[in-house]
Design a protein around this ligand. Structure first.
Ligand code: ATP
Ligand code: MG
Ligand code: FE
Length: 352
């Protein structure tokens, strides 16, 4: 079984082929970071045009590299949302056209489900598992019982963790995207020099909050001498923010583990999976690994390149859905908003 996957929901244009043996046959990824850097964030119109300019070529290169034709495909999958609508439309229209031309099924993949199922491509992970989904736009703890079966245990009440990294990095003049830049800047820094809050730590439930941390970082910057940050100040503040985010996520994930175990939802081998762009952060990975080791849980973190946006995860989620017969009609409408758990309460924390 071979599935072609396309990713265009944000600022990565990507195409990949995966097979039923969990092999990535070929993949291409073009990051638009340089195009957005002057603006300090992703500009939707620039992103959509860049996807349109490059996607066809990346698909062609991917198929050529693997020596695969449309006739060899079992399905064509694309991120159908959530994401920036212009980009999602480009990916969905391209995938529908290829599916139609090849006489193959089309699968609309939820981008968050693609992040969520990545660990089943990279590692031997069975359902159920606990998922910490930490990305640029989302920060959620979910009990994953199967494809399409997600129960939300906690979410952010304001910013996502990636958003916090990106905004603090921007304030510090570290550039875009902020998460990787902040991680690099934090090397050798003293995480305890500046007193930063740990929002929500120790509170009931599993929700998180990061806007207070962002404000606290702003206040630290305001107290430092004006002008460019010294190397020392930059490293200490970056390390402090990174440690605060890791502390909060470790605490909240620990609570979710307790909750999931208490209602018998972990199955025989309790497993924590971390996914999404922020899962590439080494400090966070180490903390979560330690938490799991202490509790006898298995910890799975996909390779860094599969944590940030890519098309292999979309192809894989498409393949998992195809196996279950979950294909989509060619009149599928792109969904800029598309929660993984449609029944979840609108308000964070309610009903947990
Ligand atoms: P979503 O998946 O919620 O729709 P997105 O697709 O934009 O959002 P991803 O590509 O999954 O998000 O992740 C990007 C985010 O991950 C950015 O906020 C980026 O700063 C952050 N990030 C990437 N690498 C790292 C890292 N090493 N440390 C911390 N954050 C990181
Ligand atoms: Mg991106
Ligand atoms: Fe993403």
């Amino acid at each position: 079984m071979i599935v072609l996957g396309l990713e265009t929901s944000c600022d990565e244009t990507a195409a990949a082929l995966v097979d039923g043996e969990r092999r990535i046959l070929a993949h291409r990824l073009l990051s638009q970071h340089d195009a957005h850097r002057p603006y300090g964030g992703v500009v939707p119109e620039i992103a959509a045009r860049a996807h349109l300019d490059h996607l066809d070529r990346l698909v062609g290169e991917t198929l050529d590299e693997a020596g695969v034709t449309l006739a060899d495909l079992d399905a064509v999958a694309a991120t159908g949302g959530p994401g920036l609508i212009g980009g999602v439309i480009v990916g969905v229209m391209t995938a529908k056209a290829l599916a139609l031309a090849g006489g193959r099924p089309f699968v609309a993949v939820n981008h968050l489900e693609a992040h969520a199922l990545t660990a089943r491509l990279s590692d031997d992970v069975a359902f159920p598992f606990l998922l910490l989904l930490v990305s640029g736009g989302h920060c959620q703890l979910l009990a994953v019982r199967g494809v399409g079966a997600y129960r939300r245990l906690g979410t952010t009440i304001d910013d996502a963790a990636g958003e916090c990294f990106d905004k603090v990095a921007k304030m510090m003049g570290l550039g875009h995207p902020g998460g990787p830049a902040l991680e690099r800047a934090a090397e050798g820094g003293d995480p305890d020099r500046f007193a930063l809050p740990r929002p929500m730590r120790g509170r009931p439930g599993c929700d998180v909050s990061f806007s207070g941390l962002k404000t606290a970082a702003r206040q630290v910057l305001d107290r430092l001498p004006p002008g460019p940050l010294s190397v020392r100040d930059r490293a200490d503040l970056a390390a402090g923010v990174q440690a605060a985010v890791a502390d909060v996520l470790e605490d909240r994930t620990g609570r979710a583990m307790t909750l999931m175990a208490a209602d018998g939802g972990t199955g025989d081998s309790p497993t924590l999976v971390v996914a999404g762009g922020v899962a590439a952060n080494r400090t966070l990975r180490a903390r979560l690994g330690g938490l799991c080791a202490a509790r006898g849980w298995t910890f799975v973190a996909p390779p860094l390149a599969l944590c940030t946006d890519n098309a292999a995860m979309v192809a894989w989620a498409g393949l998992e859905r195809l196996r279950l017969g979950l294909t989509d009609a060619l009149d599928f409408r792109p969904r800029p908003r598309w929660p993984l758990d449609p029944d979840a309460p609108k308000r964070p924390g309610a009903g947990v």
